[in-house]
Design a protein around this ligand. Structure first.
Ligand code: HEC
Ligand code: HEC
Length: 376
């Protein structure tokens, strides 16, 4: 209390700043920052074999300072209305930046209708973000969660004020973007920093990557069961005549991305007509009836870590997912029956496919200190 009175007094009589001695975070909103050096350090991404090059917007080059600021914002509940929810609440490093809950609760425990998504390798995605592809860039996407009532339930003006009077963020926005006054801290800059951090979330070190991109010469990296599963996954694309087919790679290829980034109806929902999908997915964005029930064919990297599955988290296990595809699912006019049809896999085939899906797990990324919560 004493401190509040002192600080108010200090501001009235014109002290340049009034810092909170306890945590060093409270500062004047309109702080002149030109005394803090501004010299960014460019950051070059190391792109592992199998991944495409990453498109980086010309007005948001990666810098060490920008990435670190983005990491802090990502893990900081300051972005939410009551300081309870950060991006990491629903995008948890341990689960490939996904969430083990089917639907992740936002502020006040409110629930939306979609399952969270893995952010690993998200910077390589060029055909839209979200399950319905409605967002085109990471910069634009990062603006949404703050104002989503079932996520962070805050308004950006408030977040801007909170950041503008936060001494550490004043310094970091200056160092990352060269602003001269803390009032220049905006949602656009916060989104740029978040996008920079997200572009660094790269993983391509699973057992299958090691084999496919010849990172490890060991000929026994995959068991016979896993190799049989690989053949089912890639079927004709790998040239394995006679092997049972899963057609998975028609939609989940893309080299080391394990997504072809296509929007499809993978026949998980039984509907009488294309108008009846409880969540229209892509169709709600484009307005085209034939896009109803279409969702992004998400990446299968680290898929064993990101249960439950699908846009609404309906399948608890990979076993259930494989049963779904094996059954051929529910026919609708916009299901591409060339790829989604009864597969007639034997028990052995199903075990092989499951074993292969597990070889896409890379556990090395979550020990990467650069991805961790900086406040712990
Ligand atoms: C309450 C949970 C929650 C919070 C908090 C949250 N997200 Fe998400 N995130 C989701 C859900 C659910 C989706 C899928 C939503 C959809 O498709 O409509 C998603 C999707 C995304 C995607 C799209 C990924 C892809 O592959 O298309 C990105 C990127 C993302 N979130 C980043 C963030 C960032 C950055 C923050 C913090 C500013 C954040 N999220 C906060 C739940 C959350
Ligand atoms: C015609 C395209 C297509 C084919 C073929 C296909 N998938 Fe999918 N897959 C999708 C789409 C689209 C989604 C997201 C659907 C949704 O959530 O509504 C998806 C989702 C998944 C998911 C859940 C992803 C997550 O993040 O929750 C898994 C696992 C999966 N597919 C595995 C497979 C396997 C294994 C095969 C082969 C047996 C396969 N898929 C064949 C299009 C396809």
């Amino acid at each position: 209390m004493k401190k509040i009175i002192f600080c108010s007094l200090a501001i009235i009589i014109g002290f340049a700043s009034c810092k909170d001695d306890d945590d060093g975070t409270v500062a004047n909103p309109g702080e002149d920052l030109t005394g803090i050096p501004y010299e960014t350090t460019p950051h070059t991404l190391a792109i592992p074999p199998g991944l495409p090059s990453m498109e980086i917007p010309a007005d948001n080059p990666l810098t060490v300072e920008g990435i670190e600021l983005g990491r802090r914002l990502f893990y900081d509940p300051i972005l939410s209305k009551d300081s309870t929810i950060s991006c990491a609440s629903c995008h948890n490093l341990r689960y490939s930046f996904n969430d083990p809950k089917a639907i992740s609760p936002g502020v006040g425990g409110l629930l939306g209708n979609r399952s969270s998504m893995s952010l690993i390798n998200v910077g390589f995605q060029v055909k839209g973000l979200f399950w319905d592809g409605r967002s085109q860039t990471l910069e634009e996407q990062a603006l949404h969660p703050v104002e989503n009532p079932v996520e962070m339930a805050e308004i950006w003006e408030n977040v801007e004020v909170k950041l503008q009077r936060h001494a550490d963020y004043q310094k970091r926005f200056r160092q990352a973007f060269g602003i001269e006054n803390s009032l220049e801290i905006t949602k656009e800059l916060a989104a740029k920093a978040l996008a920079q951090f997200e572009r660094t979330l790269i993983s391509a070190n699973s057992r299958y990557d090691k084999k496919r991109w010849q990172l490890d010469p060991n000929p026994f990296l995959l068991s016979d069961l896993e190799v049989d599963g690989q053949k089912i996954f890639y079927d004709d694309l790998l040239g394995s005549p006679g092997a049972p087919t899963g057609h998975c790679a028609h939609c989940h290829d893309g080299g080391a991305l394990y997504t072809s980034e296509v929007y499809r109806n993978n026949a998980i929902t039984e509907v009488a007509t294309l108008n009846d999908f409880p969540d229209k997915g892509l169709g709600a964005i484009t307005g085209n009836l034939t896009d109803n029930g279409m969702f992004k064919s998400t990446s299968l990297r680290n898929i064993a870590l990101t249960a439950p599955y699908m846009h609404d988290g309906r399948f608890q296990t990979l076993e259930e997912v494989v049963e779904h595809y094996n059954s051929g699912g529910h026919y609708a006019d916009n299901v591409v029956t060339l790829s989604i049809q009864p597969l007639n896999l034997t028990e052995y085939d199903k075990q092989a496919l499951l074993a292969f899906l597990h070889t896409l797990t890379d556990t090395t990324y979550y020990t990467n200190p650069a991805f961790r919560n900086p406040f712990e």
